[in-house]
Design a protein around this ligand. Structure first.
Ligand code: 13P
Ligand code: SF4
Length: 338
């Protein structure tokens, strides 16, 4: 986790050097106007970051926002692959990521050279790649998907088309079963969703028998097999708002509960448990690297900035454009429901 911010002039500012009397909310507000900045946040960010963002969303909606904005600066409160997508779609903007080390276990699990070998071994396969990967892996893919549009996009492909799916094997297995396709799966997992315990989940459900289980498809089958609803973060949020139930078990990163409590006040949410029965495992350590202070410094310094060589950007843009072209209309995004 980076505690030092390097300004474009080379000067390093340590977080502990910040004046403790500084009000990051007021400073961010001032910089938002001065720099004509838009703050985009994923649902897995801390509640205070979600509350000061201009837009909070899932990976697909955040990509669309980044592509459409006329702001000069995009402050991406999420992880690196998301900020890279913003830069690929909006190359003329300054895109900053509050903590340069905010990565993703799925991105790490799929290194570009290994992916190139995988592709070369299966030249007749179409590479459908989850958006949680680096720009270098996107550049080698045919179509990018997110958890909210993957099923819809795959269903548009000919039934006999052989498919490689990377890097999340749980999402891949779920999609292969939903779309009834044979898919070769990369072996990556999300460290958050992979840790939920089926045994503890069954115990939690026994304590809350009226609480439907809503799960993200990055969860393993031991969790998905108990789910009443499976969908992207936005899909899970819409499900809990629309459901007549009053309590829910949420099998995804727990910070989305902040948005659920705002959208469905009065309802109760239980975070899915890990193997020791605690819910700390529902915290994404990468998302947690961003703080309000780092958002302020990123806006002040216009750094850490996402830069992508133009030839790589253009190659990564193609499968992203394909995704946007093949996605349902924004107001018609439906979620996979069980
Ligand atoms: P969505 O917000 O698209 O459901 O993705 C979740 C995720 O893993 C973000 O890292
Ligand atoms: Fe990556 Fe999982 Fe964190 Fe999402 S929750 S950013 S998939 S590690």
């Amino acid at each position: 986790m980076s505690n030092t911010v390097i300004r474009p002039d080379g000067q390093a500012i340590k977080l502990q050097d910040l004046d403790p009397r500084l009000d990051p909310w007021a400073e961010i507000e001032r910089l938002r106007r001065e720099k004509n900045a838009i703050i985009l946040a994923h649902y897995y960010q801390d509640g205070e970051i979600q509350d000061m963002a201009d837009f909070v969303g899932d990976s697909l909606d955040l990509s669309r926002k980044a592509a459409a904005t006329d702001a000069d600066m995009i402050v991406f409160c999420g992880v690196r692959f998301m900020a890279e997508v913003a830069k690929i779609l909006s190359p003329g903007k300054t895109v900053v990521l509050p903590d340069a080390d905010a990565g993703c276990s799925l991105e790490e699990a799929c290194q570009p050279d290994d992916f190139a070998r995988f592709r070369a071994e299966h030249p007749d396969h179409l590479a459908i790649t989850y958006i949680n990967c680096s720009a270098a892996v996107k550049a080698q893919s045919d179509i990018i998907v997110t958890s909210s549009n993957a099923e819809y996009i795959i269903n548009q492909l000919p039934k006999k088309q052989p498919i490689l799916f990377a890097p999340d094997r749980h999402l891949g297995a779920y999609l292969a079963q939903k779309t009834n396709r044979d898919m070769l799966l990369w072996e990556g997992t999300c460290i958050v969703h992979d840790q939920f315990s089926e045994h503890e989940m069954v115990k939690l459900k026994a304590r809350h028998p009226n609480a439907p289980i809503a799960a993200h498809p990055e969860c393993h089958d031991g969790i998905l097999s108990h789910a009443d609803h499976i969908g992207s973060t936005k899909g899970i949020l819409d499900f809990v708002v629309g459901s007549p139930a009053n309590e829910f078990i949420i099998a995804t990163e727990r910070h989305i509960i902040h948005q659920m409590e705002k959208a469905a006040p009065g309802k109760t949410f239980h975070a899915a448990p890990g193997s020791d029965g605690s819910c700390n495992c529902a915290d994404c350590p990468f998302m947690g690297m961003n703080t309000l202070e780092k958002v302020y410094l990123a806006m002040l310094n216009s750094a850490p900035r996402i830069e992508i060589p133009e030839d790589l950007r253009l190659r990564a843009l193609k499968p992203l454009e394909k995704m946007l072209e093949m996605s349902p209309r924004p107001d018609a995004v439906t979620q996979a429901a069980e």
